[in-house]
Design a protein around this ligand. Sequence first.
Ligand SMILES: Cc1ncc(COP(=O)(O)O)c(C=O)c1O
Length: 384
Amino acid sequence: MGQIRVPLCRPFIGEEEIEAVAEVLRSGWLSSGPKVEEFERMFAEYVGAQHAIATSSCTASLHLSLVALGIGEGDEVITSPFTYTATAEAIISSGAAPVFADIDPETLNILPEEIERKVTPKTKAIMPVHIAGYPCRMGEIYDIAERFGLFVVSDAAHAISTEYEGVKIGAMKDLNCFSFYATKNVTTGEGGMITVQDGELASRLRLMRLHGIDRPTWARRRSGRRWYYEVVERGFKYNMSDIQAAIGIRQMEKLNWMQRRREEIARIYAEELGSIDLIRLPSEPERGRHSWHLYIIQLDERLDRDEFIARMAEKGVECGVHFIPLHLHPYYRKRFGLKPGDFPNAEGAFRRVVTLPLFPGMSDEDVGYVVESVKSVINHMTAG
Ligand SMILES: Cc1ncc(COP(=O)(O)O)c(C=O)c1O
């Protein structure tokens, strides 16, 4: 492997985030406080949600959402096998069982018709994952949810700016869970957010996020008996700190610019790589907006995916693979009796996918270098 010239991803952090963290550190209030409240307000406004609840991660958000909905032991939640393990891990943590439904080989998103085939009397929720930021077919998914009386909990880790039919994922019912992990479109280092339209559910999530305590420390600071609180719900330690939220606030201020830059880079890739027969480029959603969290291309079966990645690495371009389908991992195979062949579309996609670098701080020169490297590697692999 050569030296990395263009990494897969780099967080877009400037002096403003560093200053914001320093300000919190000097303030004397480090845990959940005014910065978390401000970040939640900004997030809710951006996605058009009624309520936003900041958490420690998307994994925590997904888990908390299921528990708050009363989902647990003996229940089933339908999700995609083509995702990061966090999705199904959250379902398992709730006590419910993940039930996988195969994906559309083009968009890499869960297929509504496969979801419907997997519904049983034990099914309580659908957890669609908007892979790379491409919106799932939410109209059909909500239709299935309504017919069978199921909740929809979106894994929107990649989908902060994603829209379906003009509506951002965060504005949809029932619950939507976001990630601010270091590589995400908005980062707080680690962190997450749940958006919800129902006020009662929002209050329950707020309670459960911090030990089930009725009035968290920040809310008690001006009351007479500051030390008094009551535990009124089952709780978790899933809150976000003001240090993280301060970073998030600065990131939200830059989000429109960062999103436009992602779109610009995706457009350059499409223009420059579109004529290569042996590559299928990610498509633009017909009925929505892509957040371009990841730029996932699919190689023709005649090309060896691993060799392509190794040759790109020799040129200093770091590529990724999103994702290794969950049913191929030893834990899921053992625990749920899954095996290769169970989800042919997910497996076929896995053999072909390569994620190219895409992040707002990429210069035009970086983008050009990735394009040239792809062309040169493909030429090399097809020569003779
Ligand atoms: C699809 C998906 N869901 C959930 C997560 C988990 O996010 P977090 O690291 O914030 O828990 C990730 C993280 O990469 C992800 O890609």
